[in-house]
Design a protein around this ligand. Structure first.
Ligand code: EPU
Length: 424
């Protein structure tokens, strides 16, 4: 297990490129199972989650070639049985359900296990797939799915108790593209990653309208064909580096290239409200972020897109931990997603978490301590805290960050951070 030693207190400057979005790449790679023809996907980030997905596609029989950021998939000969050993490593593996059902009429996928960011059921995925004709048998931790009468379009409302579901919307959309008739998804997730998947499917010949709104309509077609697609920029990686700019950059700030301004609205608004400087180029493809002269706390409530993303709340906890005043962060999507706060408290942060809400009283400075990464975004929050802390922070269980941040240590070194990865 690698660890990262971050020597705090060095000002960041310069620029880095943001990678393609992990959370768009995962369902799009799975969607390559929908055609016998070659699919070429560009800007797939080199992170362990995309590697797991590629391993799952290979285990299902697809031929996959990866050359730097470009992945070519050919799924001419695939089977329906996703091996537990691979599926258990990543919850997003359940994205193969929809494509396998559409293509083969059957799928066997393990139930994903527990998850450190909270209860993550799959009831809405199953609700959607059942509504269009899937029969599901649970046995031995597996979901055995068949479509005795083929898939047939239907109207389905996918709203759960915490709002829409991103991967649940993806799964139903991927199953419905080859169903007979029309499927309407009400209360659909509107995240940019859902729109990217819809665009990819449209590129394969699917008929989809309304992606990016809460109502998606899918008219089934007979067959899909190969396509080429470029993944959208990772808005969470960009947001994480924007927070790094606000916390740790010098007066000139740091600049992030290959971003999409439109996807960064909630994060930008909160950084500005907290008193920091955020400047986009005219095209909205680069942004410079610098610390404000009079930073202040703020209140954040996470919400489905276009609200403030749950995947950014841990990073803002780091920012607010060293921002004068009281800040409040409420996570309505994953109310248990506050593991990073206990670790940050070990570095001197003053945070109280209760009932899905963190109340943070900013301190002057954090100080280094050995800390443990518990999940992807929690690890990012610890790295951000370590950049400004006094002394050298040791972040253990670094594999969490490698799941979703492409070459994060190299990017931070480019920006002038002092850190080293210790391989164990
Ligand atoms: N939910 C249900 N039933 C379901 C599915 C979800 O009740 O069948 C609930 C969840 O428990 C949660 C809410 O619905 O309270 C939203 O969860 P969602 O299904 O949207 O999450 P997801 O699709 O499994 C994706 C991202 C997550 C991100 C969430 C929310 C991917 C691969 N994962 O997960 O990203 O936090 O949407 O935006 O796209 C991350 O990148 O660090 C990450 C965890």
């Amino acid at each position: 297990m690698d660890k990262l030693i971050v020597h705090g207190g060095h000002k960041l400057s310069g620029s880095v490129n943001i990678s393609g979005a992990k959370n768009a790449s995962l369902p799009i790679l799975a969607a390559a199972l929908l055609t016998e023809e070659d699919v070429i996907i560009r800007r797939v980030p080199d992170v362990s989650d995309t590697n797991y997905m590629i391993q799952i596609l290979s285990a299902l029989g697809a031929e996959v070639e990866r050359s730097s950021g470009t992945v070519r998939v050919n799924s001419a000969n695939i089977t329906h049985d996703a091996p537990y050993e691979l599926v258990r490593k990543m919850r997003a593996s359940i994205c193969v359900m929809g494509p396998l059902l559409a293509r083969l009429g059957k799928a066997r996928v393990s139930l994903p296990g527990g998850c450190v960011i909270g209860d993550r059921p799959v009831d809405l995925h199953l609700k959607g797939l059942k509504a269009i004709g899937t029969e599901i048998d649970m046995e031995g931790g597996n979901m055995d799915m068949t479509t005795p009468n083929g898939l047939t379009g239907a109207e389905v409302d996918l709203r759960g108790k915490n709002g829409p579901t991103v991967l649940g919307t993806d799964n139903l959309m991927m199953a419905a593209v080859l169903a007979k008739g029309t499927t309407v998804i009400e209360s659909a997730a509107a995240e940019p990653e859902v729109v990217d998947l819809a665009n990819f499917l449209i590129g394969m010949g699917a008929k989809i309208s309304g992606a990016g709104t809460s109502r998606i309509t899918i008219e089934g077609v007979e067959k899909l064909h190969g396509t080429e697609h470029t993944i959208i920029p990772d808005r969470i990686e960009a947001g994480t580096f924007m927070v790094a700019g606000a916390m740790a950059a010098g007066e000139e700030g740091i600049t992030l290239h290959r971003i999409c301004k439109e996807h960064l609205v909630p994060v930008t608004e909160k950084l500005i409200e907290a008193g920091h400087q955020v400047q986009f180029n005219d095209a909205g493809t680069s942004v410079t972020v610098a610390p404000g002269k009079h930073p202040q706390g703020a209140k954040i409530i996470t919400a489905p897109h276009p609200g403030f993303p749950t995947d950014m709340q841990a990073q803002f906890s780091s920012l607010f931990a060293v921002t004068k005043g009281i800040s409040v962060i409420e996570d309505t999507i994953f109310p248990q997603r506050f593991m990073h706060c206990a670790e940050m408290s070990r570095m001197g942060a003053n945070i109280k978490v209760d009932n899905g809400t963190a109340v943070i009283e900013g301190v002057e400075k954090l100080s280094a301590a050995p800390v443990m990464a518990s999940d992807l975004r929690a690890s990012a929050a610890l790295v951000l805290s370590a950049l400004t802390a006094e002394g050298s922070t040791e972040i253990n269980r670094l594999y969490h960050i490698d799941r979703g941040y492409e070459h994060i240590d190299e990017k931070l070194l480019t920006l002038g951070a002092r850190l080293e990865r210790v391989r164990e």
